[in-house]
Write a protein that binds this ligand. Sequence first.
Ligand code: URP
Ligand code: ZN
Ligand code: ZN
Length: 468
Amino acid sequence: MELVIKNGTVVTANDCYKADLGISNGKVAVIAAGLTEGDEVIDAAGCLVFPGFIDPHTHMELPFMGTVSSDDFFSGTRAAACGGVTTIIDYCIQAPGETFVAALSRWKEKAEGKAVIDYGFHIAVPMIGDDLLDQMPAAVEAGVTSFKCFLAYKGTPLHIDDATLYKIIEKAKGCGALPMVHAENGDIVDILSRQLVAEGKVQPKYHVLSRPHEAEAEAVGRAIALARLGGWSVYVVHVSSRLALAKLREARDSGAAVYGETCPQYLFLAFEDYAESGFEGAKYICSPPIRERANQDHLWSGLRTGDLQAVASDHCAFNFAGQKEMGRDDFTRIPNGCPGIETMFPLLFSAGVGKGRISLNRFVELSSTASARLFGLWPQKGTVAVGSDADLVVYDPQKETTLRQKTLHSSVDYCLYEGWQITGYPVYTISRGEVLYRQGQVTPVARAGRGRYLKRRRWNGLEFPLKP
Ligand code: URP
Ligand code: ZN
Ligand code: ZN
């Protein structure tokens, strides 16, 4: 065996048991008791052994709002590995007029030679004509089996109308893809933003007033209605609002195959954290916005009941200096997005498992298994099983860590959780049997370009239960 992990407690979405793991050719080869023979042996006594975490929503090197997100596929995926993430699914943003295949090869070029961990892509679809719709099957064939539609960002090429969304849903059904929506009513956000700016309300804190709960809930309800009309599924990315969650819950209770993810910024941060901080509040600007503290409990409840299926970072880092500052005189010009890939799952473990909000198995479901199943990667990824990729996190559930920007690995000049103390942290992150992160250090194996492109399976709506 190339690697043996012994004395640990293996945790999957369903099980929790003491076992040793033997790893060969990048796969889990043996799960047994008493393994000792390995080129390298990791003693995981006192630790949990999780399947590698999956982040299904990232934006590396994203050209957006007049700038480019500050993490590239190297710095972003290295930071990911330090937080236990062994797979990302990044958004390939198609340029207007570009074919899907061309957009995909452009995005692959960015990732190849840089990514430290394995990666797949979603395609974010701008306003498109019927000729481009016809290209969806080719993208699916290439392993991109989910398409994001932006109902927000009116006035940019990303924003799509209802007719286009409906056509994408129909086409997705025909070729085995999962439609995804950024659900905020773009027209309403546009009107409210203009009114606020006209009244001189230009500070970051007004961003939240420009994107009310109702604007998110309306768009979620509309996307669900269109998915139901088309007889297909929809996945709502970055659900932030209790009203939006209620729409998902209602639809799921009546049997609709609709899914939602939330993000750490909505579970852990609140409008109250930045309302009085002047322009510093720009660090918190993302869309949908970070809402009032009382909203958080609703999202936790959604994670517990299964009305939200996954947790994703929506990692879209912009430096405060020079990038967030672009909106110093106008909140609508602050690049939208927050860093969070490295801290996401340690925070979820500490506040979720540690504080008794979710079980250990549910933690694994949310951090790995659900995303693998939803996005056509299971069982290669998302579980600990013989034959699966040896993507593993050896996790010390007692380790106390203080989060600080200067000890994290993203290429960004702030951390939204600066000084937060959390319990539980990865000790080793292993990707296809190779140790990328060991006891606080990135290893030499974590080199640029070792990550592999993941061709994902088609979505058929059957691999994911409506209720867990
Ligand atoms: O504010 C956000 N979420 N920025 C990233 C782009 C997106 O909408 O996901
Ligand atoms: Zn979005
Ligand atoms: Zn995003």
